[in-house]
Design a binder for this molecule. Sequence first.
Ligand code: TXA
Ligand code: MG
Length: 326
Amino acid sequence: MTRADIEAAVHVLRAGGVVAFPTETVYGLGADALNPAAVERIFAIKGRPAHHPLIVHLADAAQLPHWARDIPKDAHILAGHFWPGPLTLILKRTPQVPDCVTGGQDTVGLRVPGHPVALALLRAFGGGIAAPSANRFGRVSPTTAAHVHAELGNDVDMILDGGPCRVGLESTIVSLVGERPVILRPGAITAGQIEELLEVKIDELSDVETPRAPGMLKMHYAPRTPLRLVLAAQWGQELARQVAQGKHSAVLSTIPENSAVPKATAYFLMPADPEGYAHRLYAALREADHAGCDVILVAEPPPGEDWLAIRDRLTRAAAGSDETGT
Ligand code: TXA
Ligand code: MG
Protein backbone atom coordinates (compact mmCIF):
# COMPACT_ATOMS: atom_id res chain seq x y z
CA MET A 1 0.00 0.00 0.00
CA THR A 2 1.62 3.20 -1.18
CA ARG A 3 0.80 6.88 -1.29
CA ALA A 4 0.12 6.40 -5.01
CA ASP A 5 -2.52 3.73 -4.25
CA ILE A 6 -4.32 6.12 -1.90
CA GLU A 7 -4.17 8.90 -4.48
CA ALA A 8 -5.50 6.58 -7.18
CA ALA A 9 -8.37 5.59 -4.86
CA VAL A 10 -9.19 9.24 -4.16
CA HIS A 11 -9.23 9.86 -7.90
CA VAL A 12 -11.71 6.98 -8.36
CA LEU A 13 -13.96 8.34 -5.57
CA ARG A 14 -13.92 11.87 -7.01
CA ALA A 15 -14.88 10.46 -10.41
CA GLY A 16 -17.95 8.77 -8.87
CA GLY A 17 -16.36 5.32 -8.68
CA VAL A 18 -16.47 2.62 -6.03
CA VAL A 19 -13.46 1.59 -3.93
CA ALA A 20 -13.27 -1.38 -1.57
CA PHE A 21 -11.11 -0.51 1.44
CA PRO A 22 -10.05 -2.11 4.72
CA THR A 23 -11.36 -1.06 8.10
CA GLU A 24 -10.56 -2.62 11.47
CA THR A 25 -13.96 -4.37 11.43
CA VAL A 26 -14.58 -5.63 7.88
CA TYR A 27 -13.84 -4.38 4.36
CA GLY A 28 -16.13 -1.61 3.13
CA LEU A 29 -17.44 -0.79 -0.34
CA GLY A 30 -17.01 2.96 -0.53
CA ALA A 31 -18.32 5.83 -2.62
CA ASP A 32 -18.50 9.62 -2.23
CA ALA A 33 -21.38 10.04 0.24
CA LEU A 34 -22.45 13.30 -1.43
CA ASN A 35 -22.68 11.78 -4.91
CA PRO A 36 -26.03 9.95 -5.23
CA ALA A 37 -25.10 8.31 -8.55
CA ALA A 38 -21.95 6.85 -6.98
CA VAL A 39 -23.93 5.67 -3.95
CA GLU A 40 -26.48 4.03 -6.27
CA ARG A 41 -23.64 1.96 -7.72
CA ILE A 42 -22.96 0.49 -4.28
CA PHE A 43 -26.56 -0.69 -4.07
CA ALA A 44 -26.36 -2.15 -7.59
CA ILE A 45 -23.08 -4.00 -6.89
CA LYS A 46 -24.32 -5.41 -3.58
CA GLY A 47 -27.82 -6.21 -4.77
CA ARG A 48 -28.98 -4.36 -1.68
CA PRO A 49 -32.57 -3.02 -1.31
CA ALA A 50 -32.63 0.77 -1.71
CA HIS A 51 -34.18 1.55 1.68
CA HIS A 52 -31.24 0.06 3.63
CA PRO A 53 -29.19 3.00 4.94
CA LEU A 54 -25.39 3.17 4.69
CA ILE A 55 -22.80 4.24 7.24
CA VAL A 56 -20.85 7.40 6.37
CA HIS A 57 -17.16 7.08 7.26
CA LEU A 58 -15.27 10.19 8.35
CA ALA A 59 -11.59 11.02 8.91
CA ASP A 60 -12.25 12.85 12.14
CA ALA A 61 -14.99 13.54 14.70
CA ALA A 62 -14.51 17.26 13.94
CA GLN A 63 -16.47 16.60 10.71
CA LEU A 64 -19.59 15.49 12.64
CA PRO A 65 -21.44 18.85 12.34
CA HIS A 66 -21.41 18.59 8.52
CA TRP A 67 -23.40 15.37 8.75
CA ALA A 68 -25.35 15.52 12.01
CA ARG A 69 -27.41 18.16 13.82
CA ASP A 70 -28.60 18.47 17.44
CA ILE A 71 -25.57 16.38 18.40
CA PRO A 72 -26.02 15.22 22.00
CA LYS A 73 -23.22 15.35 24.55
CA ASP A 74 -23.16 11.54 24.63
CA ALA A 75 -22.11 11.52 20.98
CA HIS A 76 -19.07 13.66 21.72
CA ILE A 77 -18.18 11.50 24.71
CA LEU A 78 -18.46 8.25 22.74
CA ALA A 79 -16.62 9.66 19.73
CA GLY A 80 -13.90 11.08 21.94
CA HIS A 81 -13.38 7.75 23.65
CA PHE A 82 -13.91 5.14 20.93
CA TRP A 83 -12.98 6.85 17.64
CA PRO A 84 -11.15 5.89 15.58
CA GLY A 85 -12.75 2.52 16.31
CA PRO A 86 -15.51 -0.03 15.78
CA LEU A 87 -18.45 2.14 16.82
CA THR A 88 -21.16 3.67 14.62
CA LEU A 89 -23.34 6.49 15.95
CA ILE A 90 -26.87 7.08 14.66
CA LEU A 91 -27.63 10.81 14.82
CA LYS A 92 -30.08 13.26 13.27
CA ARG A 93 -28.85 14.18 9.83
CA THR A 94 -28.14 17.54 8.22
CA PRO A 95 -29.96 18.47 4.99
CA GLN A 96 -26.84 17.84 2.89
CA VAL A 97 -26.94 14.07 3.48
CA PRO A 98 -28.53 12.45 0.43
CA ASP A 99 -31.67 10.35 0.88
CA CYS A 100 -30.04 7.37 -0.80
CA VAL A 101 -27.47 7.26 2.03
CA THR A 102 -30.03 7.35 4.84
CA GLY A 103 -32.74 5.29 3.22
CA GLY A 104 -34.90 8.43 3.35
CA GLN A 105 -34.71 8.54 7.15
CA ASP A 106 -34.07 11.64 9.22
CA THR A 107 -31.00 9.99 10.77
CA VAL A 108 -27.53 9.06 9.58
CA GLY A 109 -24.97 6.48 10.69
CA LEU A 110 -21.45 7.88 11.21
CA ARG A 111 -18.13 6.36 12.14
CA VAL A 112 -14.39 7.07 12.15
CA PRO A 113 -12.76 3.72 11.39
CA GLY A 114 -9.59 2.62 13.17
CA HIS A 115 -7.51 1.33 10.27
CA PRO A 116 -4.49 3.25 8.92
CA VAL A 117 -5.44 2.67 5.27
CA ALA A 118 -9.04 3.76 5.84
CA LEU A 119 -7.86 6.86 7.67
CA ALA A 120 -5.27 7.70 5.00
CA LEU A 121 -7.99 7.37 2.34
CA LEU A 122 -10.49 9.46 4.29
CA ARG A 123 -7.94 12.18 5.02
CA ALA A 124 -6.78 12.36 1.42
CA PHE A 125 -10.38 12.36 0.13
CA GLY A 126 -11.50 14.94 2.66
CA GLY A 127 -15.22 14.15 2.55
CA GLY A 128 -17.47 11.38 3.84
CA ILE A 129 -17.31 7.91 2.32
CA ALA A 130 -20.56 5.95 2.37
CA ALA A 131 -19.71 2.29 2.75
CA PRO A 132 -21.53 -0.91 3.60
CA SER A 133 -19.60 -4.14 4.05
CA ALA A 134 -18.09 -5.23 0.71
CA ASN A 135 -20.14 -8.39 0.22
CA ARG A 136 -23.24 -9.30 -1.79
CA PHE A 137 -26.44 -8.61 0.12
CA GLY A 138 -27.11 -11.11 2.89
CA ARG A 139 -23.72 -12.80 2.64
CA VAL A 140 -20.72 -13.02 4.95
CA SER A 141 -18.71 -9.80 5.30
CA PRO A 142 -15.16 -9.85 3.88
CA THR A 143 -12.21 -9.61 6.27
CA THR A 144 -9.43 -9.77 3.66
CA ALA A 145 -8.88 -8.16 0.25
CA ALA A 146 -8.95 -11.66 -1.26
CA HIS A 147 -12.48 -12.15 0.12
CA VAL A 148 -13.57 -8.91 -1.58
CA HIS A 149 -11.99 -9.99 -4.83
CA ALA A 150 -13.62 -13.43 -4.70
CA GLU A 151 -17.00 -11.91 -3.92
CA LEU A 152 -17.14 -8.77 -6.07
CA GLY A 153 -14.26 -9.21 -8.52
CA ASN A 154 -14.30 -6.71 -11.34
CA ASP A 155 -17.55 -5.06 -10.29
CA VAL A 156 -15.54 -2.66 -8.12
CA ASP A 157 -13.20 -0.05 -9.57
CA MET A 158 -10.43 -0.63 -7.06
CA ILE A 159 -9.61 -2.76 -4.01
CA LEU A 160 -7.19 -1.41 -1.40
CA ASP A 161 -5.43 -4.24 0.43
CA GLY A 162 -4.83 -3.49 4.11
CA GLY A 163 -4.35 -7.08 5.28
CA PRO A 164 -6.78 -9.04 7.48
CA CYS A 165 -9.20 -6.95 9.56
CA ARG A 166 -8.19 -6.84 13.21
CA VAL A 167 -11.68 -7.08 14.75
CA GLY A 168 -13.43 -9.19 12.12
CA LEU A 169 -17.07 -8.33 12.99
CA GLU A 170 -19.03 -5.25 11.95
CA SER A 171 -19.08 -2.19 14.23
CA THR A 172 -21.34 -1.77 17.24
CA ILE A 173 -24.22 0.54 16.22
CA VAL A 174 -25.61 2.91 18.88
CA SER A 175 -28.58 5.12 18.23
CA LEU A 176 -28.47 8.45 20.07
CA VAL A 177 -31.65 9.95 18.64
CA GLY A 178 -34.01 8.74 21.37
CA GLU A 179 -34.22 9.49 25.08
CA ARG A 180 -31.70 6.82 25.93
CA PRO A 181 -28.94 5.21 23.86
CA VAL A 182 -30.02 2.01 22.13
CA ILE A 183 -27.72 -0.60 20.68
CA LEU A 184 -28.99 -1.57 17.22
CA ARG A 185 -26.19 -4.00 16.43
CA PRO A 186 -23.79 -5.61 18.93
CA GLY A 187 -20.08 -5.49 18.13
CA ALA A 188 -16.65 -5.40 19.71
CA ILE A 189 -17.59 -2.39 21.85
CA THR A 190 -20.10 -3.75 24.35
CA ALA A 191 -23.16 -2.23 26.00
CA GLY A 192 -21.30 -2.48 29.31
CA GLN A 193 -18.44 -0.33 28.05
CA ILE A 194 -20.88 2.31 26.78
CA GLU A 195 -22.91 2.26 30.01
CA GLU A 196 -19.77 2.75 32.05
CA LEU A 197 -18.63 5.69 29.98
CA LEU A 198 -22.00 7.46 29.73
CA GLU A 199 -23.16 6.45 33.21
CA VAL A 200 -26.55 5.47 31.85
CA LYS A 201 -28.39 2.18 31.67
CA ILE A 202 -28.71 0.76 28.20
CA ASP A 203 -31.50 -1.72 27.63
CA GLU A 204 -29.88 -5.12 27.31
CA LEU A 205 -30.18 -6.48 23.84
CA SER A 206 -32.06 -9.75 24.26
CA ASP A 207 -29.83 -11.63 21.87
CA VAL A 208 -31.31 -11.75 18.41
CA GLU A 209 -35.04 -11.14 18.46
CA THR A 210 -34.87 -7.43 19.27
CA PRO A 211 -36.00 -5.08 16.51
CA ARG A 212 -32.98 -3.67 14.74
CA ALA A 213 -31.80 -1.10 12.35
CA PRO A 214 -33.37 -1.41 8.94
CA GLY A 215 -31.21 -3.88 7.12
CA MET A 216 -30.64 -6.01 10.17
CA LEU A 217 -32.62 -8.86 8.73
CA LYS A 218 -32.59 -12.23 10.37
CA MET A 219 -30.97 -13.72 7.28
CA HIS A 220 -27.81 -11.62 7.23
CA TYR A 221 -24.24 -12.96 7.26
CA ALA A 222 -25.07 -16.34 5.77
CA PRO A 223 -22.82 -18.83 3.99
CA ARG A 224 -24.39 -20.88 1.18
CA THR A 225 -23.95 -24.19 2.96
CA PRO A 226 -26.65 -24.82 5.62
CA LEU A 227 -25.33 -23.78 9.02
CA ARG A 228 -26.55 -25.20 12.28
CA LEU A 229 -25.75 -24.05 15.80
CA VAL A 230 -25.32 -27.06 18.05
CA LEU A 231 -25.40 -27.10 21.84
CA ALA A 232 -22.44 -28.75 23.53
CA ALA A 233 -24.72 -31.43 24.98
CA GLN A 234 -26.07 -32.39 21.53
CA TRP A 235 -22.77 -32.33 19.76
CA GLY A 236 -21.96 -36.06 19.43
CA GLN A 237 -25.55 -36.85 18.56
CA GLU A 238 -25.68 -34.28 15.77
CA LEU A 239 -22.42 -35.43 14.17
CA ALA A 240 -23.61 -39.04 14.31
CA ARG A 241 -26.91 -38.03 12.70
CA GLN A 242 -25.07 -36.39 9.79
CA VAL A 243 -22.84 -39.45 9.32
CA ALA A 244 -25.88 -41.77 9.39
CA GLN A 245 -27.37 -39.72 6.56
CA GLY A 246 -24.15 -40.04 4.57
CA LYS A 247 -23.44 -36.34 4.95
CA HIS A 248 -20.11 -34.59 5.28
CA SER A 249 -19.88 -31.90 7.92
CA ALA A 250 -17.69 -28.89 8.45
CA VAL A 251 -17.23 -28.15 12.13
CA LEU A 252 -16.37 -24.91 13.92
CA SER A 253 -15.45 -25.55 17.53
CA THR A 254 -13.12 -24.21 20.20
CA ILE A 255 -12.45 -27.77 21.38
CA PRO A 256 -9.67 -29.68 19.55
CA GLU A 257 -10.68 -32.51 17.25
CA ASN A 258 -10.83 -35.94 18.91
CA SER A 259 -10.98 -39.51 17.64
CA ALA A 260 -14.81 -39.54 17.69
CA VAL A 261 -14.89 -37.02 14.83
CA PRO A 262 -15.39 -38.78 11.46
CA LYS A 263 -12.36 -38.64 9.12
CA ALA A 264 -14.17 -36.78 6.33
CA THR A 265 -15.05 -33.89 8.61
CA ALA A 266 -13.59 -30.47 7.76
CA TYR A 267 -12.61 -29.36 11.25
CA PHE A 268 -11.99 -25.68 12.07
CA LEU A 269 -10.47 -25.23 15.50
CA MET A 270 -11.59 -21.78 16.66
CA PRO A 271 -9.83 -19.54 19.20
CA ALA A 272 -11.35 -19.88 22.68
CA ASP A 273 -11.30 -16.12 23.41
CA PRO A 274 -13.98 -13.84 21.92
CA GLU A 275 -11.52 -11.45 20.23
CA GLY A 276 -9.65 -14.29 18.57
CA TYR A 277 -12.89 -16.03 17.61
CA ALA A 278 -14.37 -12.87 16.07
CA HIS A 279 -11.16 -12.19 14.14
CA ARG A 280 -11.25 -15.69 12.64
CA LEU A 281 -15.01 -16.24 12.23
CA TYR A 282 -15.85 -14.90 8.76
CA ALA A 283 -12.74 -16.38 7.15
CA ALA A 284 -13.56 -19.75 8.76
CA LEU A 285 -17.16 -19.55 7.49
CA ARG A 286 -15.91 -18.85 3.96
CA GLU A 287 -13.43 -21.74 4.13
CA ALA A 288 -16.11 -24.04 5.55
CA ASP A 289 -18.44 -22.94 2.76
CA HIS A 290 -15.84 -23.98 0.19
CA ALA A 291 -15.01 -27.30 1.83
CA GLY A 292 -17.67 -29.10 -0.20
CA CYS A 293 -19.63 -30.17 2.88
CA ASP A 294 -23.38 -30.69 3.24
CA VAL A 295 -23.67 -28.80 6.49
CA ILE A 296 -21.64 -26.48 8.73
CA LEU A 297 -22.04 -27.38 12.40
CA VAL A 298 -21.04 -24.65 14.83
CA ALA A 299 -20.63 -25.36 18.52
CA GLU A 300 -22.71 -22.74 20.32
CA PRO A 301 -20.41 -20.12 21.87
CA PRO A 302 -20.66 -19.41 25.60
CA PRO A 303 -23.20 -16.96 27.08
CA GLY A 304 -22.05 -13.54 28.25
CA GLU A 305 -21.68 -10.08 26.83
CA ASP A 306 -18.22 -10.64 25.35
CA TRP A 307 -19.67 -13.31 23.05
CA LEU A 308 -22.91 -11.47 22.22
CA ALA A 309 -21.84 -10.12 18.81
CA ILE A 310 -20.55 -13.56 17.82
CA ARG A 311 -23.77 -15.29 18.90
CA ASP A 312 -25.74 -12.61 17.03
CA ARG A 313 -23.91 -13.19 13.72
CA LEU A 314 -24.01 -16.99 14.06
CA THR A 315 -27.74 -17.00 14.82
CA ARG A 316 -28.35 -14.89 11.73
CA ALA A 317 -26.11 -17.12 9.65
CA ALA A 318 -28.09 -20.15 10.83
CA ALA A 319 -31.38 -18.43 9.95
CA GLY A 320 -30.15 -17.32 6.55
CA SER A 321 -28.17 -20.27 5.25
CA ASP A 322 -30.07 -22.26 2.72
CA GLU A 323 -31.33 -25.55 4.15
CA THR A 324 -32.13 -26.87 0.68
CA GLY A 325 -28.55 -26.33 -0.42
CA THR A 326 -29.57 -24.63 -3.65
O1 TXA B 1 -18.10 -2.18 10.71
C1 TXA B 1 -18.96 -1.69 9.97
O2 TXA B 1 -19.90 -1.02 10.40
C2 TXA B 1 -18.78 -1.90 8.46
C3 TXA B 1 -17.53 -1.16 7.99
C4 TXA B 1 -17.36 -1.21 6.50
O3 TXA B 1 -17.58 0.15 8.46
N1 TXA B 1 -19.93 -1.49 7.76
C5 TXA B 1 -21.11 -2.16 7.77
O4 TXA B 1 -22.06 -1.61 6.93
O5 TXA B 1 -21.29 -3.15 8.43
P1 TXA B 1 -23.42 -2.36 6.54
O6 TXA B 1 -24.07 -1.48 5.54
O7 TXA B 1 -23.14 -3.76 6.12
O8 TXA B 1 -24.24 -2.29 7.84
C6 TXA B 1 -24.62 -1.03 8.32
C7 TXA B 1 -25.81 -1.11 9.20
C8 TXA B 1 -27.04 -1.53 8.46
O9 TXA B 1 -27.66 -2.57 9.15
C9 TXA B 1 -27.90 -0.30 8.48
O10 TXA B 1 -29.25 -0.60 8.55
C10 TXA B 1 -27.41 0.43 9.70
O11 TXA B 1 -26.05 0.18 9.73
N2 TXA B 1 -27.66 1.87 9.57
C11 TXA B 1 -27.03 2.74 8.78
N3 TXA B 1 -27.58 3.96 8.88
C12 TXA B 1 -28.59 3.85 9.76
C13 TXA B 1 -29.57 4.76 10.27
N4 TXA B 1 -29.62 6.02 9.88
N5 TXA B 1 -30.46 4.29 11.16
C14 TXA B 1 -30.41 3.01 11.56
N6 TXA B 1 -29.53 2.11 11.09
C15 TXA B 1 -28.64 2.51 10.21
MG1 MG C 1 -23.20 -5.73 5.80
